[in-house]
Design a protein around this ligand. Structure first.
Ligand SMILES: [Zn+2]
Length: 161
């Protein structure tokens, strides 16, 4: 227009109209680009959020799997120990079983303890020379008990007798 290449007033008006239309079109396109960028940012934020949630769910599932495995292991151990206890319980004389049960209740769940190197493993007290002599002279099938905590003493080759 400034160069004078467009001469007629009509051409000039057409060109100005076209420029106006292009400017409007450019403005519209810029608005569309802005909107798309906003949607992209929103989508990216959502990806970050969903990734974090997926990772959290994954670690929760792993923890649950570990817990379930541990529970199954404990259940199996309980079943095994219960079977062993039942096997042992049938061969123990009734009066001894009664004494053991009573002691177990009064002594924090431990009714019998190993006598290990002259020490009661129930209360950790070392037996006196007199008590050791008594235990030593007792018949193998005699029930011997700790003078300190009253628990049944289990004699083994490591008892220090
Ligand atoms: Zn004891």
């Amino acid at each position: 227009m400034d160069s004078g290449a467009v001469n007629s007033a009509k051409d000039l008006a057409n060109l100005q109209h076209e420029i106006g239309a292009l400017a409007k079109r450019q403005g519209d396109l810029e608005d569309i680009v802005l909107e798309i960028m906003e949607r992209l940012e929103s989508a990216q934020a959502r990806v970050v959020e969903m990734t974090a949630r997926r990772d959290a769910a994954h670690s929760t599932a792993e923890a649950e799997a570990r817990r379930d495995a541990a529970t199954a292991e404990i259940d199996a151990e309980v079943a095994k120990v219960t079977r062993e206890r039942e096997t042992v319980a049938v061969v123990i004389p009734a009066d001894l079983m009664k004494l053991y049960t009573k002691l177990r209740q009064s002594q924090g769940g431990v009714g019998a303890a190993r006598l290990f190197q002259r020490r009661c493993e129930g209360c950790r007290v070392e037996l006196s020379i007199t008590d050791l002599r008594e235990v030593r002279s007792a018949a193998p099938d005699t029930v011997v008990r700790c003078e300190n905590c009253a628990r049944i003493l289990i004699r083994t080759s490591d008892s220090g007798l």
